[in-house]
Design a protein around this ligand. Structure first.
Ligand code: NAI
Length: 349
């Protein structure tokens, strides 16, 4: 209990709602970090955690990152995140999953729009269709159900703009045919990004823990490296598109890249890692800025009713935002993470 109390008193967010599913004992946490720019929105993560405090900590941290992300791209929402903390590691399927998602939807609905759900780890657009049966506060349903569908392809488009921006800054040219880009994680975002990079004639190196994904990359003619070797492989741009925490005190000294620009959330293990990258002269595109294409796709198309052309203009804006953060960090002698946080926090008031 003490850990929970410490957690609650250390957080600067606005609200936390907790619901317990009686049938399975599953705890559901909805964390609302800020409603300063609008009602909260963010993904719903379905995962087993060792303790309820671990689940809550994850939700709080991710909700704060959502506030920074929305503020960075001036999108009219506050940061929120939900965690469905499964009592066992097995992910439910079939009727059990459907029942749990409907229960979760009713929980979201009970908050009256304070928070709107979207997909995240282990939840998909098809799950949003089920959640929508019991709440109207949900983004990114399938296109068949009238939603914006999968966010990964447009997240990849935003990351590509960010990669071009760091290349323009570091190498003086955003011509990707001159560059080697290593993509760590060839999943929804990374897989699309690899295709976009190949279309731009970049030299691409791919890494994944899934041997089937590596095989498909090789069939496309992409050079692959073992997942464990990815971070220390020589390249111009490293693009982390797998898991968080990959940039830390152990990995940073071994990096052999000039820039880092990828989709993964929470790439830095601690804030000090941003300074470690800066001292090594590695240009880092802050994750919560460069991976904002997903929220632009969901919220822009579904809520703000952007046309495809308008969405493309906003996605290109991610490159401009990354470039101005790189400039500001250099001007002020601070890390790019600190510069990006400064801009977002000023907007959060
Ligand atoms: P995904 O689950 O489709 O793909 C992740 C890929 O990384 C999988 O192929 C997996 O096998 C691989 N992987 C896992 N651990 C690895 C490791 N240690 N080394 C190499 N490969 C590894 O996930 P998705 O949707 O592509 O997201 C990737 C990252 O981007 C996540 O951190 C996610 O939170 C973040 N993100 C995704 C957005 C989206 O629209 N899908 C939006 C914003 C952020």
């Amino acid at each position: 209990m003490e850990a929970l109390e410490d957690l609650l008193s250390s957080w600067d967010g606005e609200a936390i709602a907790v619901h317990r599913d009686r049938a399975t004992g599953t705890l559901m946490f909805i964390c609302v970090h800020s409603t300063r720019l609008g009602p909260a929105a963010g993904g719903t993560r379905m995962k087993h955690y060792a303790t309820p405090a671990d689940a809550l900590r994850d939700g709080m941290r991710l909700a704060e990152a959502m506030s920074l992300k929305f503020a960075s791209v001036q999108f009219p929402h506050g940061g929120g995140k939900a965690v469905i903390a499964l009592p066992a590691p097995e992910i439910p399927h079939g009727d059990a999953r459907r029942r749990l998602l409907r229960e979760y939807g009713a929980f979201v609905q009970s908050l009256g729009g304070l928070y709107s759900a979207a997909p995240d780890m282990n939840t998909s657009a098809a799950d949003m269709d089920v959640i929508a049966e019991t709440t109207r506060y949900v983004f990114c349903k399938t296109e068949r159900a009238g939603g914006a569908g999968d966010t990964a392809p447009d997240t990849a488009v935003g990351v590509l703009h960010g990669i071009r921006a760091v290349c323009r800054y570091v190498f003086g040219s955003d011509d990707l045919s001159l560059r080697t880009v290593l993509v760590q994680g060839a999943g929804g975002v990374g897989g699309h990004l690899i295709e976009l990079l190949m279309d731009a004639d970049a030299t691409v190196i791919g890494a994944d823990v899934d041997p089937k994904r590596l095989e498909s990359l090789r069939e496309l003619g992409v050079r692959t490296v073992a997942a464990d070797d990815a971070l220390a492989t020589e390249c111009d741009v490293l693009s982390p598109c797998a898991v968080g925490g990959v940039l830390n005190a152990n990995t940073i000294p071994a990096l052999r890249c000039r820039a880092i620009a990828g989709a993964a959330n929470n790439q830095l293990d601690t804030p000090a890692d941003a300074d470690r990258l800066r001292s090594r002269g590695i240009a880092y595109a802050p994750d919560f800025v460069i991976n904002a294409g997903g929220i632009m796709h969901g919220g822009g198309l579904e809520e703000l009713h952007w046309t495809r052309e308008e969405l493309d203009v906003h996605l290109a804006g991610i490159g401009e935002a990354v470039y101005s953060i790189l400039e500001r960090a250099e001007r002020e002698g601070i890390s790019t993470d600190a510069a990006a946080r400064g801009i977002a926090l000023a907007r959060l008031g």
